[in-house]
Design a protein around this ligand. Structure first.
Ligand code: 9Z3
Length: 324
């Protein structure tokens, strides 16, 4: 999911590519209500001392962004991401006392539902003799656990879910969340596990109506999506702790690409993963070195260990900012 843009840390940033992306993007629907929800959620979770509600606020991004090919969209480019990493990580963050803003692809894997089969509604419920809906007995413990944990996170004010579909929506939501989170200083964290499109069709050059096959083979030029990691670090939420992900299919270039993302975008941590093994192994890359995290058993989640380590690193970071 990578594209080199050759940012130089010594150059003052104009972020002109990011600005022109936002200027030409179709406006985010419900922008005011999203902003209000985010601000309220952050306000409710920004009391960290004394009667501590949460230890920090983390924005978890999850699932893949789409690239529409037509303004009245019939076709789009998509990617493989299921949202499992983001959903699972959200559960472990909540368990560790974090409030989570879960920015996810519509229809992707959701926290507390990841064990449920696709047609879980039909599988888990049945009609009783007196025509009531009831949970099928063998599934009752799993369903109860999922419902209990989900409601406890939501009612406890620790989970806010914001859906996106397109790359335009995704980046606009991240801007709203990041600028709203800047007031949290180092207590804010970004955990950017979404598989973000590298190339897109700018809105103004996109076909308005369905592209016609009668026109023959399709030639299409895709523009590079501006890397928002840098503007996130420098302008939107400069004190937040930032964790980004690097996915590659070629193991020979993975670590080098992760290290380059670490320095180029000034990330605190880059989590490197390879397509063939990403469900069971990740490598945490920091300026201090690399740590490999492997799933210990079939039932274990690699995210369990990963979030433990990130929580540790985040609290060290908060402490180092406090000490100046
Ligand atoms: C990841 O590497 C995630 O771990 C996966 C998770 C997408 C592999 P699933 O959703 O998969 O559980 O099916 N995300 C890649 C994030 C990405 O696109 N990073 C950009 C890059 O590599 C930087 S933001 O350039």
């Amino acid at each position: 999911m990578d594209a080199e843009i050759g940012l130089d840390a010594s150059q003052p940033e104009s972020f002109s590519d990011v600005k022109s992306f936002f200027e030409s993007a179709p406006p985010l629907k419900n922008s005011d209500s999203i902003t209000q929800k985010v601000k309220e959620f952050i306000h409710q979770n920004s009391q960290f001392s004394g009667n501590t509600k949460s230890v920090g606020v983390v924005c978890v991004t999850s699932g893949g962004t789409t690239v529409p090919l037509e303004q009245r969209c019939v076709r789009y480019i998509d990617n493989f991401s299921s949202g499992h990493r983001g959903a699972t990580s959200t559960e472990y963050f909540v368990k560790s006392g974090y409030a989570v803003i879960f920015v996810h692809r519509r229809g992707s894997c959701q926290p507390y539902c990841r064990y449920l089969p696709e047609d879980s509604f039909l599988e888990f419920f049945e009609i009783s003799n007196d025509s009531e809906i009831q949970v099928c007995r063998p599934h009752a413990p799993a369903v109860k656990k999922a419902i209990k944990e989900y409601h406890s996170a939501v009612n406890g004010g620790l989970l806010l879910k914001l859906p996106f579909t397109t790359i335009f929506e995704y980046l606009q939501i991240i801007e709203v969340v990041a600028t709203s989170m800047s007031c949290l200083g180092p207590r804010g964290m970004f955990y950017l596990a979404a598989a973000v499109s590298d190339f897109y069709v700018p809105w103004e050059s996109m076909a308005k109506h369905k592209i016609q096959s009668t026109a023959g083979p399709l030639d299409m030029r895709l523009t590079q999506v501006p890397k928002m990691l840098r503007i996130l670090r420098i302008e939107w939420a400069p004190s937040a702790f930032c964790v980004s992900f690097k996915l590659e299919t070629d193991p020979d270039i993975l670590l080098q690409k992760a290290e380059s993302a670490l320095s180029k975008y000034q990330m605190h941590v880059v989590v490197a993963n390879e397509l063939a093994t990403y469900k069971r192994e990740v490598i945490l890359v920091t300026v201090g070195g690399k740590v490999s995290i492997r799933k210990q058993s079939e039932d274990a989640d690699v995210e369990d260990e990963l979030i433990k380590l990130l929580v540790e690193k985040h609290s060290e970071y908060i402490e180092s900012c406090r000490m100046g």
